[in-house]
Ligand binder design. Structure first.
Ligand code: TZP
Ligand code: MG
Length: 236
């Protein structure tokens, strides 16, 4: 059976010195999970395969201890090797159908979507969740192709909600790009959303790199974000 996944506070890791500094990746992830991160994606664009597998194993142990799922960015082979809960695939990675064949029905497959068309294609291919973005410009990912803002997110949510097929209603959504403690409530509860069609569904969570990974105290950062998400202000 596919595991139940809580997408509320989705940590995407970054091992670069600009973000992680001199801290230890596995320690930071453990602190973040203690602070309230609900799902982790191991994203490492530069290590070789043996290091990826070794690190993914360590991260999986930590995640299993705290009962949160671990997904691997880009690499279906690494996810298979460490038997973690799934993968996150971008537009240039293995097609979702091919990944599904390798991983089987019980693993989580997430897909990046920057437009209505990409979201539809990913849902049709069997994605379990969509990472929608890039929401705001961010130094963490400079090569990002489209900054879509709250309005772009709303358009995609609206399109998903207006589709008849069940897969569109079932797919989960997180947004990514520049989310931090100062804007997370605005992002999730859309107080300042421009006028336009109001989406018939909301985002299931926020995916965050630097606001947790670069924090001096990742546990405190995660715990603050989690509180902002789960105890929204009364003016919501
Ligand atoms: N994909 C779109 S933006 C992004 C990724 C991986 C990075 C988001 O990083 P941050 O630090 O949370 O803005
Ligand atoms: Mg990718």
């Amino acid at each position: 059976m596919k595991p139940y996944v809580d997408y509320t506070l989705y940590l995407v890791t970054d091992s670069t010195e600009a973000i992680l500094g001199k801290k230890d990746l596995v320690d930071v992830v453990e602190q973040a999970v203690k602070g309230g991160v609900t799902i982790v994606q191991y994203r490492d664009k530069s290590s070789d395969t043996s290091i990826l597998i070794q690190t993914a194993r360590q991260l999986h142990q930590v995640c299993q201890k705290h009962r949160v799922p671990l997904l691997i960015n880009d690499r279906v082979d690494v996810a298979l090797a460490v038997e973690c809960e799934g993968v996150h695939l971008g537009q240039d990675d293995m097609p979702i159908e091919a990944a599904r064949k390798l991983l089987g029905p019980d693993k989580i497959i997430g897909a990046t979507a920057s437009s209505i068309e990409e979201a539809r294609v990913a849902v049709q291919a069997g994605a379990d969740y969509l990472g929608i973005g890039t929401l705001y410009a961010t130094p963490t990912k400079k090569d990002t192709k489209s900054i879509i803002g709250i309005n772009g997110i709303r358009e995609i949510l609206y399109d998903l909600a207006s589709q008849k097929e069940q897969a569109y209603q079932n797919v989960k959504t997180v947004c990514i790009g520049g989310v931090n403690a100062s804007n997370v409530q605005r992002v999730l509860f859309q107080h300042d959303a421009p006028s336009g069609p109001s989406p018939a569904r909301t985002i299931d969570g926020v995916a965050i790199v630097s606001a947790i990974m670069a924090a001096q105290d990742p546990e405190a950062a995660a715990s603050k974000l989690r509180a902002l998400i789960t105890d929204p202000p009364p003016f919501r």
